[in-house]
Design a protein around this ligand. Structure first.
Ligand code: H79
Length: 601
């Protein structure tokens, strides 16, 4: 045998044997990650949780020396380069006497949330629990002297909520040896930093304290950046050995960058909702624009947006972790409480279509103004707007339908429905006296009870005059000079965007019309100055519309323009194409979507 091949075989055998040995001795990653499905089962059903960012930064509330500091209120120490000596002085007057664990937990419970994840230590390095290994903590360093995490643990047990801890395991701006995005203003000599010292003396022991003394249901790690997988594995072992049932997010290690779950139980998209992730995930999002308390941030999402976001996440198979930033007195901002309560009231009526459901078995429902969730024998169609004439059409629904009613209707009065085109289901949301009871500005849910198997054939995008339709790049076939993908930015513009789109770059959507109708064609995009005077071509069944691009408050600011009207006849296969004209810059515009808006005459 060739010596080279023989060597390979020997090496392969050796690796195989040593892997098994490791597995048996309990030192393989697999040994510490098995049982994921069972561990996640409560979390899969829970769907909705409260994120809480609370720390010394809450005291500064987004302002330092009279300036509003950009980049996130919880990041103020970093962005304002506040010396540790000055920053740690904040602890001496940090006294959140209004803090009441029951009040917070009740706010979460009333909001319909099933779990809480709170910062036990953010990147600032200050522990919000009574650490015995490091005195820079809320009990030893503040006049407050109470342990809010312990109080929250008791309260969550009392009210039946799960509790998890955010822990910044890698970054720590109070530690000279922590690396990653380090504190270089107090500790400038990066060459002499030994992160292992920080891990051994603070990060690892504090994680051990949390998992041994607070019985967390989740350990939510953040910002792995330059942590090695060996160091992450050490953390995994600490958690698993002490809290076998505790679930762990993907950011324990750098696997999250590869969208691969190895040590982490679930993936954590931040500030955007994924549509096509085939893994366990939880989208975390701010209720205004900051995670930490920021007194001048009044850009609150409304309750309708919260419910829509929750529905979109659940329909895509994920959870929604929505953040609040309490102030330094220990109060959750009243505006936040008010929004959460309105959303919570919706959930009281529609919870059956959210908790314990599975992701949509019929894909992205039709027109992106309605989303589907499911339970065995039931489909829940959550509508964000009311279809014209009260007619709801669900494309390609070929299962046997037994009963259709408003989820919020305690009497479960039957709605009339019929199969049309041999493949679609038309539901009549009238008679008016029933439907008028259920026009909820947040969203309305229709329950479809059915028997039989839902076919998993590819579903058409359908167009019908009963409702507006939205064509998104994520659903398009692309060709030529075009790339749509993740932008990696942090903050509110995070998510998918046009990364490249120039001459020849084409998006194509094939769709099907149900009934005759005339539609306004609305183009939604962002652009910067360099895009000026270039064209976007929209072609619908061969009919072309051209739009000359104008800049309007930048790349991320959506603008909507009506480019024309089309008449579409029933029962046809139609084609929409959107193409870029030539541009000197590589991405002509940040295309968002095309809306077909029914014209009623
Ligand atoms: O805790 C919340 C945020 O503080 C935290 N994650 C959520 C849950 C978070 N925000 N940003 N990051 C984590 C990672 C940030 C990264 C950076 Fe940057 C982007 C570092 C370098 C580019 C921001 C912009 C900081 C410096 C420039």
């Amino acid at each position: 045998m060739d010596k080279f091949i023989r060597n390979i075989i020997v090496i392969t055998l050796f690796i195989g044997i040593s892997y098994q040995v490791k597995g048996q001795s309990g030192d393989s990653i697999y040994f510490y990650t098995k049982g994921r499905t069972e561990r996640l089962s409560w979390w899969k059903d829970a769907k909705y949780g409260m994120f809480i960012h609370w720390g010394l930064y809450s005291k500064l509330a987004g302002e330092w020396k009279g300036n509003h500091i950009k980049g996130g209120a919880e990041w103020i120490m970093y962005h304002a380069k506040i010396p540790l000596r000055t920053y740690s002085e904040l602890a001496k007057t940090f006294n959140p006497v209004d803090f009441n664990a029951d009040t917070w937990v009740k706010i979460a419970k009333d909001a319909g949330m099933k779990y809480i994840v709170i910062t036990s230590k953010h990147c600032e390095g200050f522990a919000m629990f009574h650490s015995r290994t490091n005195s820079y903590n809320i009990v030893d360093a503040t006049p407050f002297e109470r342990d809010p995490l312990l109080e929250l643990r008791k309260s969550c047990d009392k009210f039946g909520l799960k509790l998890g801890f955010y822990y910044s395991h890698n970054w720590d701006w109070s530690e000279p040896h922590a690396k990653g995005l380090a504190n270089t203003w107090d500790f400038p000599e990066t060459d002499i930093k030994e992160p292992q010292k920080y891990y051994t003396n603070k990060s690892f022991p504090q994680i051990k304290e949390l998992v041994t003394r607070y019985n967390p249901d989740i350990m939510w790690f953040d910002v792995p950046s330059d942590i090695t997988s060996r160091q992450s594995f050490e953390i995994l072992k600490i958690v698993r050995r002490n809290a076998p049932e505790c679930i762990i997010n993907d950011r324990i290690s750098n696997e999250h960058k590869k969208k691969k779950l190895i040590m982490g139980d679930y993936y954590t998209p931040e500030q955007y909702i994924p549509t096509d992730l085939d893994m366990n995930f939880e989208t975390c999002m701010t209720l205004n624009e900051n995670w930490g308390y920021c007194y001048y941030d009044n850009n609150w999402k409304d309750a309708g947006t919260i419910i829509q976001n929750l529905i979109m996440n659940v329909s895509a198979g994920g959870n929604y972790l929505l953040n609040v930033g309490p102030d330094a007195h220990g109060n959750i901002p009243p505006k936040a409480v008010q929004i959460l309560k309105i959303a919570g009231n919706w959930l009281k009526q529609h919870g059956e279509g959210i908790y314990g459901t599975e992701k949509s078995p019929v894909g992205m429902v039709f027109y992106r103004n309605a989303y589907c969730t499911a339970k065995p024998g039931k489909l829940f169609i959550h509508m964000f707007d009311w279809p014209h004439n009260g007619e709801l059409i669900i494309g390609d629904l070929d299962t046997k339908v037994d009963k259709v009613y408003f989820l919020a209707d305690k009497k479960r009065r039957n709605l009339r429905y019929e199969h049309i085109n041999n493949q679609d289901l038309l539901i009549d949301l009238g008679p008016a006296k029933i439907s008028s009871e259920f026009i909820d500005p947040l969203a309305n849910t229709i329950t479809i009870e059915h028997t039989g198997r839902l076919s998993d054939k590819n579903r058409d995008i359908i167009i019908d005059y009963a409702h507006a339709a939205s064509f998104h790049p994520a659903d398009a076939d692309t060709s030529g000079n075009i790339e749509y993908g993740f932008n990696r930015r942090w903050g509110k513009n995070r998510g998918n965007e046009m990364k490249e789109w120039n001459k020849g770059g084409t998006m194509t959507w094939n769709f099907r019309t149900i009934r005759d109708g005339t539609y306004k064609i609305e183009l939604v995009y962002g652009a910067h100055e360099l895009s000026h005077d270039n064209d976007i071509h929209i072609v619908i069944n061969g009919k072309e519309f051209k739009h000359k691009i104008t800049e309007h408050e930048g790349w991320y600011n959506e603008q909507a323009v009506i480019v024309g009207e089309v008449f579409l006849i029933a029962g046809t296969e139609a084609i929409l194409q959107v193409k870029a004209g030539y541009s000197i810059i590589h991405t002509i515009a940040n295309f968002k979507h095309i809306n077909f808006i029914p014209v009623r005459r």
